[in-house]
Design a protein around this ligand. Sequence first.
Ligand code: ADP
Ligand code: MG
Length: 421
Amino acid sequence: MPSVPSSASTPSIPPNASTPSIPPNASTASIPPNASTASITANASTGSASPRPLRGRGAGGEGAPLGEFTLIERFFARSTPERQGIGDDCALIDIGSQTLALTSDMLLEGVHFLPDVNPEDLGHKSLAVNLSDLAAAGARPRCFLLDLALPRADAAWLEAFSRGMFALAQAHECALIGGDTTRAPSGPDSAGLLTIAITAIGEVDRDRYRGRSGARPGDDIWITGSTGEAALALAYRRGQIDIPEPARSACILRMDRPTPRIALGRALVGTATASIDVSDGLLGDLGHILERSSVGAVLYWPAIPRAAVFGGLPLAMQYACVLAGGDDYELVFTAPASSRATLQQLVGDGVGVSRIGQIESAPGLRLRDGEHHGAPLIEVNLQSFDHFVAPSPGPLGQASADVAALEPGADGHGDKTGVGP
Ligand code: ADP
Ligand code: MG
C-alpha cells in the first residue's frame, strides 16, 4: 500500500499549478476530446507462458535503487510449493480438502498514516487493507492475527482502535484469533512509532482460484466502483487543493475508511480470469496483472469511472488521481467478453463494475481517448507508489509532479517512464 507523507507541509503540486478549488456543484467530468497524444509505457513484458515473477521499477542494477517489487523478487521469491503465492494478493495453502488464502499488510506511523489519525478509522483501515487482498483473490474471510508495536498503552486510544477494527471484522464474520503486542522502542528525542501488522486468512475454492496471472488477450478489463477520491483527500490534507463539502467528506471517507470489495470479489469467482486490488494506483496495479500474465492492454480513458468532483479539476490532476492515486482498494479484474452482459448487472458492496479496457497480446499499457481503434492515444507520465523508488512525496505528489507537463501551456510531455511493477 502507498504511504502518506510524515509531514503534511511538503508541497509537491508544481509551483505553476495554483491551488485548484472545485466548484461546489461540479458535475460529471467532461474530458476534452483532444486529450493529447502518445502512450503509457508500462512494464514491457515478453511472451513467456507461465506466470512471470513480479518485477519492479528500480531494477537494482549497479548503483540503481532497488524497487519494492524487484527487491522482493530478488531476495525473497523462492521455488516452494507455495510459490504461486508470491506475486499474487494472497498465498494459498491446502489443508486437507480446504484451501486457505493468506495475506499480510503492515501500517507504519509516519509512512501509512499520520500521528494524529483518528484511531477508530485506523482500526478499520488496518483490517480493511488486508480484507481487500482477500477480496482480490475471491476469498471468504475467516480470521486474522493482529501484531501491534505500541509507543504507549493508552486505554482511550485502544478502545477506539479496537472498536473500528471489530466493527469491520464482525461485518465480515472474521474473527481475531491471535497476534503479538509489544512496546515500540522510543529514542532519546522521540516517542516510539506505532506499527500495526495484520495477517488475514480466508477460504477459497482452489479449482476456481484466480490470481494475477490468468489474463488473456481479448479479455475485457473491469473495475469496481471508482478510483481517485482517496488521492484527492490526500492532496486536501496536504493543503494542495480545496474541496468543498459534501465532496470533501466523501473523499476523506474513501481514504480513511476504505471498503474491501469482498462481496464483489466473491461474485467474480468463476468469471474473472485475473484480479488485483488497487492499493498503489490503477495503472501500476493493472501493470502487475500484465506482468504476471505476459500480456499488454489498452484502457479507455472516458470509460474509467470517476466521482463528479473530478469534473471541476484540471485534466492532469484527474489523470494523477484516477490513474495513479493509491489507497482506493477497488478491484481491477479481467474477464472474457462473453461475460459482459452478466457483469454489467453486477452490484455489490454498494457499487457496480465498469468495463474500462481490453487485454492485448502486444506488451505495454496504452491509454486511449475512447474505445474505438481510431481514438487518440493519451500520453501520461505517472508512477504508482513504490516504497523505495518514490519514497517521499506520496502517490499524488509523485504523479502530480509528473503530469505537470500535460497542463495546458506547459512545454512538452515529459519522458515516458514505466508505470507499474
Ligand atoms: P499487496 O499490495 O497486494 O499487499 P505487495 O505489493 O505488498 O502486495 O506485495 C507483492 C507480492 O510480494 C505479494 O505476493 C506479497 O505476498 C509478496 N511479498 C511482499 N513482501 C514480501 C516478503 N518480504 N517476502 C516474501 N514475499 C513478499
Ligand atoms: Mg493487493
